[in-house]
Design a protein around this ligand. Structure first.
Ligand SMILES: Cc1cc2nc3c(=O)[nH]c(=O)nc-3n(C[C@H](O)[C@H](O)[C@H](O)COP(=O)(O)OP(=O)(O)OC[C@H]3O[C@@H](n4cnc5c(N)ncnc54)[C@H](O)[C@@H]3O)c2cc1C
Length: 311
């Protein structure tokens, strides 16, 4: 008689090994769960040399934060971290079947997506060189380092003025660049004048810099404007993984996955945490969400184990 092949069912597969995914892995590992983290090593913050605002880790290099997390997780032999890319996830008979680019297949009771977002900045010469060095999106992450400097604020539409008010907290020497005709009201233009903030509408054709330090912004009208740094209102972020959407998880108008309080979704057993859920969570926020979902999932697995013995 042909022997039936034993399938190893993992407790949890974690898609994405950023702070959200690794934090979930730590809680679940400490809860004796068999966990595999699958990560292809392309987080959105790798362009930056230092991360700020994570208590005890202020100023740390993103790769160093990851290295410490990996080192600490090696203690938990029930947690495996695999460098790979998840191509497909199916849900069949109450389990999740995950297939990776290298051809591996994993079966799990639960799956957590901490796959994050990807930024899509406009294709302007020299922008990639300065983004993450002196030009950023998040003032809580990088505003202090740029305090009181001559800064640019890039953006347009109704989000521009609220963002300028925020950046004004770190520097009052601001110039607003709408990179095309300004789509703001007369009253908003008046407020900018009252705060001595020039508004430049000419399209940007180049960012000139030395070793990532912004020097001049070159405009289509021929002007060159000196600025030492800047902040973008939006980086047009989009989901790094559309797999949850393909499984039926809805996206909201900001392109974030819609979830319940802890990250549970309308697909039972599938949770989403970190930037994929809140578009710009921060490192500590993503880690906190990973912790919460880890606790939630362990609670569910404990209930399920208990109920199995009652049958
Ligand atoms: C320029 C910049 C600077 C920042 N600075 C700071 C800062 O100073 N302080 C701060 O708190 N926050 C900062 N942030 C924000 C912070 O990086 C994010 O909020 C945080 O990384 C979100 O964590 P996450 O785990 O949700 O996603 P991520 O850290 O983006 O991790 C997601 C992981 O999932 C992997 N992945 C995606 N799809 C797949 C797939 N299909 N298969 C396998 N793996 C996959 C990716 O490769 C990645 O490793 C910054 C962001 C940027 C862009």
């Amino acid at each position: 008689m042909k022997k039936k092949r034993e399938i190893n069912i993992l407790d949890v597969v974690i898609a994405g090994g950023g702070p959200a995914g690794l934090s979930a892995a730590l809680v679940l590992g400490r809860s004796l769960k068999n966990v595999t983290v699958i990560d292809d090593g392309r987080p959105r913050n790798f362009v930056t040399a230092a991360s700020h605002g994570f208590l005890t880790r202020d100023g740390i290099k993103p790769s160093e934060l990851r290295k410490i997390a990996h080192e600490q997780l090696t203690k938990y032999q029930n947690v495996k971290i695999t460098e790979d890319f998840i191509e497909k996830v199916e849900k069949k008979n109450n389990v999740f079947i995950t297939t990776t680019k290298s051809g591996k297949t994993m079966v799990s009771k639960k799956i957590v997506f901490g796959t994050g977002m990807k930024d899509h900045l406009p294709a302007i010469d020299g922008l990639q060189e300065v983004y993450g060095k002196t030009v950023f999106h998040c003032p809580y992450c990088d505003g202090w380092e740029r305090r009181n400097e001559p800064l640019a604020v890039f953006g347009n539409g109704k989000g521009l003025l609220p963002f300028i008010k925020l950046i004004y907290n770190w520097s009052e020497d601001l110039i607003a660049f709408t990179n095309g005709t300004a789509d703001i009201t007369k009253e908003e233009k008046q407020e900018l004048i009252q705060h001595n903030i020039p508004l430049i509408e000419s399209p940007i054709i180049e960012f000139q810099s030395t070793k990532g330090n912004l020097d001049r912004i070159i405009l289509q009208n021929g002007d060159a404007v000196r600025r030492k740094g800047g902040f973008w209102v939006t980086t047009n972020e989009q989901q790094a993984s559309m797999i949850p959407a393909l499984l039926g998880v809805p996206l909201n108008e900001n392109g974030e996955y819609e979830t319940g309080d802890h990250g549970q979704t309308n697909i039972k057993g599938l949770s989403i945490v970190g930037d994929a859920k809140n578009s710009f969570t921060s490192l500590i926020g993503a880690a906190e969400q990973g912790y919460e979902i880890g606790v939630k999932i362990n609670g569910e697995l404990a209930e399920e184990k208990w109920a199995d013995k009652l049958l």
